[in-house]
Design a protein around this ligand. Structure first.
Ligand SMILES: Cc1cc2nc3c(=O)[nH]c(=O)nc-3n(C[C@H](O)[C@H](O)[C@H](O)COP(=O)(O)OP(=O)(O)OC[C@H]3O[C@@H](n4cnc5c(N)ncnc54)[C@H](O)[C@@H]3O)c2cc1C
Length: 283
């Protein structure tokens, strides 16, 4: 085992299911047995080579077949820059449309991940081009000031939102920059989602936000799903799954470095990180 293998083993294996599609299917079966749906993501981002974009689209098409053939309870989640957004908006739009049409034939739900702030306009445009036919959802990030109006726009279109705090950063003029501000905005957007959307996903490990959401649902009675990332709070996810719809985001693939780096940054300080890595999670 060289240094890279050790780092991969310690960090990435906690957060990703493995390098092969079969690993994601195996993880999904495991979580499905606990009443948890999965959201499978093929790792990769900011792709600028056409042949790599084409290969990524093919991988997702194969993944859709696998999910259907194995009867797995899973959605897929794709990053716009995996579909060619770093090449052109048109390239990403056309690949998204192809993928979504294919997924609809297999009844597989397709999420659009949200990436850095400069990609938000194009991502929403991609989403709105397919929202009417259904079977699609979009991630929105509480750290961005624009998200309140984006959420209202998507609610009006009848779209399905996955609300997250956001794993990227932007300027002070465009974003909330402290944890407190982002969390306050998350709570505000959650309230808005309850008022304006019938179906949405609360994607957070923040137990206070989850508690607030469960409270709000007593009043609004919406179709709410809770979602977490694999390997952060699996035990809490399993316990929430007893009374709620629950999903776990399960990535697979060779490109695990950027994804794991974002998780490392979120861990904040060593204590949290070690807790997440070594806590016996039970699932
Ligand atoms: C299903 C799902 C899909 C996502 N999709 C996107 C997306 O498309 N675009 C995007 O920008 N972001 C996405 N994210 C990431 C999200 O934006 C946050 O970066 C991430 O969820 C951490 O924020 P939090 O809401 O859990 O709250 P935080 O306040 O960051 O965390 C709450 C608590 O959770 C625990 N925790 C959180 N992260 C870690 C960690 N890495 N290690 C150990 N403990 C941790 C800690 O105890 C922390 O106190 C997604 C998250 C989920 C759950």
């Amino acid at each position: 085992m060289d240094f890279n293998d050790i780092v991969e083993h310690i960090f990435a294996s906690r957060w990703i299911s493995g390098t092969r599609m079969e690993d994601a299917i195996k993880s999904s079966k495991h979580f499905n047995a606990l009443g948890i749906r999965t959201i499978i993501n093929y790792l990769g981002e900011e792709i600028t080579k056409q042949e790599m974009v084409d290969a990524t689209v093919d991988t997702y098409v194969r993944l859709i077949r696998y999910i259907k053939n194995y009867g797995i309870n899973a959605d897929i989640s794709v990053k716009p820059t995996q579909l060619g957004l770093s090449i052109s908006e048109q390239e990403a739009m056309s690949n998204y449309s192809k993928l979504v049409k294919d997924a609809r034939l297999s009844s597989v739900f397709v999420w659009l991940d949200m990436e850095g702030e400069p990609t938000v306009d194009s991502t929403i445009k991609m989403y709105l081009s397919e929202v009417q036919q259904g079977g699609v959802g979009i991630c929105l990030q509480a750290y961005l000031k624009r998200t309140e109006s984006d959420l209202q726009r998507i609610a009006k279109s009848g779209g399905v939102v996955r609300l997250v705090k956001g794993a990227y950063s932007s300027s002070k003029s465009k974003s909330f920059t402290t944890w407190e501000e982002v969390t306050r905005n998350y709570a505000k957007l959650m309230q808005l989602a309850y008022e304006q959307c019938t179906e949405f996903t609360i994607a957070t490990h923040d137990t206070e936000m989850i508690r607030k959401s469960i409270e709000l649902n007593k009043k609004y009675k919406r179709k709410v799903t809770y979602a977490m990332l694999k390997g952060i709070r699996n035990r809490l996810a399993a316990s929430l799954a007893k009374d709620n719809k629950m999903s776990l985001y399960v990535p697979f693939g060779e490109q695990w470095i950027s994804y794991s780096y974002r998780r490392l940054k979120e861990a904040g300080h060593l204590k949290l990180l070690l807790k997440s890595l070594f806590e016996r999670q039970g699932v």
